[in-house]
Design a protein around this ligand. Structure first.
Ligand code: F0G
Length: 476
């Protein structure tokens, strides 16, 4: 696959973009030549802001279709950098791509039936088709590009598995950096762990969960001067905006009614909100879709603070002490995130504040769904198409819930984001479909999953021609 690795001469400080603290009472700015994950003054999150008046943006979104004719160029082959005009923090010659973002928006009628939406109105955005098997490659391509621009030789992340797989892949394909990944013990699915190990990442397994690993990796990367690629890195989110560009592109630039996305560290939801805000400001879309962020019930911080404690963006002054108080309560109760959707097993989402902004801009809603609902939805997604990992199916389960509640209408056009590939977590899938009750109980029963309503069970037959023929005739 094509990789554009830059000549070193180009300046790394862009005059087209800068970093800005999202705290409205601070708003300090930094150049794109700085590697930061928070504001030096107030510690808040950073945004990438563009000087749009200096950027030649196409007049219409449909103008981006012309980029397809230039697919021989690595920049335009990439499903992220095809939209380079909307991501102008790096000059073209400094962009690093491994061909990420060749993903698919599929109309999914059997899933629409399951969700309760009119035929033809439900779409699944298969981000599992990315080179490392999850949506992370969209953002990693952007963060990795920036890391390389600032001369990083090591890049680190804490991960529930997909960020680490993605980082490890960019490091191994380009050989530009060493990946250092932090994972919680026993908290990562084998599919994802196997990627990091095989791609050669330095894998640090710490006793604790993702939230512990996240806290540590921030400290360690600061101490050792390692470039951090978690989604607190604002460049990551720039790449993830392209998921929305591709959704719009697949819908022939018609804005859907709903985007439904699983919520973990809340990077995706934050970046989607930013994407739509920018497109609207640029006059490239005329309305913004509604956003539904779906937590797993076992990792429901956003749902708690948003729905029960009324934490809102509040014109840039959210009462973040509501979240802090909730974190303290969780610590006191020794409450840890726990869900079969291990990718979103996160209780302290680093992008909470940005997500509140996205919910505000997109007239958003937040819901939580149980592991049972997640696995049933996942089975339906798999039965209807390419499949996904458990966390991804939270979007479909969430859409079903919102439909039942009458929040999503039967005729609404809904796009569910399937964030990761089905093969990322075979343990959960096999346990769901198994005939072995002990296996089912061991993996799923402990999480309150009591039934596999859509299981496709293997049939056991003796090694005997007649018995096999009989069984096939009986079941087919
Ligand atoms: N879906 C999948 C498959 C993920 O891997 C993640 C996050 C999410 C959803 C949540 O996305 O953080 O943008 O809200 N995985 C991270 C990781 C945390 O380390 O791979 P978010």
């Amino acid at each position: 696959m094509a990789i554009a690795v830059s000549p070193a001469q180009a300046s790394i400080k862009s005059d087209l973009a800068y970093q800005k603290c999202i705290n409205v009472d601070c708003g300090l700015t930094y150049g794109t030549d700085e590697a930061l994950t928070s504001c030096n003054k107030c510690g808040d999150l950073l945004d990438i802001v563009y000087n749009w008046d200096r950027i030649k943006v196409p007049n219409r979104m449909s103008d981006f279709e012309q980029m397809w004719t230039r697919r021989h160029e690595p920049l335009r082959f990439s499903g992220v950098w095809r939209f380079h005009e909307l991501l102008q923090f790096a000059p073209a010659e400094r962009v690093i791509t491994v061909g990420e973002g060749q993903t698919l928006l599929q109309q999914a009628n059997s899933v629409a039936r399951y969700v309760g939406i009119r035929q033809g109105q439900l779409y699944l955005q298969y981000e599992g088709m990315n080179p490392s098997g999850s949506f992370k490659d969209n953002g990693m391509s952007a963060a990795f590009t920036h890391a390389n621009m600032v001369g990083a030789k090591r890049a680190a992340c804490a991960s529930t598995g997909n960020t680490s797989a993605s980082l490890a892949m960019y490091c191994s394909v380009t050989q530009l950096m060493k990946a250092v990944i932090f994972i919680g013990s026993g908290k990562i699915s084998y599919g994802k762990l196997s990627q990091a190990l095989e791609y050669g990442a330095l894998t640090v397994q710490i006793s604790g969960d993702f939230d512990d690993a996240m806290a540590r990796v921030k400290e360690v990367s600061k101490e050792l001067g390692i470039y951090l690629v978690n989604s607190i890195n604002p460049f990551r989110l720039e790449g993830q905006k392209s998921i929305m560009y591709r959704v719009l592109e697949s819908l022939r630039w018609e804005v859907p009614d709903w985007i439904v996305v699983p919520g973990g560290n809340l990077g995706n939801s934050s970046s989607f909100g930013k994407a739509f805000t920018e497109l609207k400001e640029l006059g490239l879309i005329d309305r913004i879709p509604r956003l539904a962020v779906i937590n797993a019930a076992g990792a429901d911080t956003l749902d708690v603070v948003y729905n029960q404690r009324n934490l809102r963006w509040n014109r840039g002054r959210p009462r973040m002490e509501i979240a802090c108080l909730y974190y303290d309560e969780m610590d006191k109760a020794k409450h840890k995130a726990d869900t079969i959707a291990s990718a979103i097993e996160i209780n302290r989402p680093v992008n909470l504040k940005k997500c509140l902004r996205a919910l505000d801009v997109c007239d958003g809603v937040v819901r939580k769904v149980s592991d049972q609902e997640i696995l049933d939805a996942k089975a339906q997604v798999g039965a209807g198409g390419i499949g996904c990992e458990p966390a991804s199916a939270a979007s479909v389960a969430g859409a079903k819930l919102l439909r039942q509640q009458g929040v999503i209408g039967m005729d609404d056009r809904v796009v569910c984001i399937l964030t990761g590939h089905q093969l990322k977590d075979p343990t959960a899938t096999v346990a769901y479909h198994t005939t072995d009750q002990d296996k089912f109980n061991e993996v799923l029963g402990s999480r309150g999953v009591t039934r596999a309503s859509y299981a496709n069970r293997a049939i056991a037959v003796p090694n005997d021609m007649e018995a096999i023929v009989k069984a096939i005739q009986l079941y087919s």
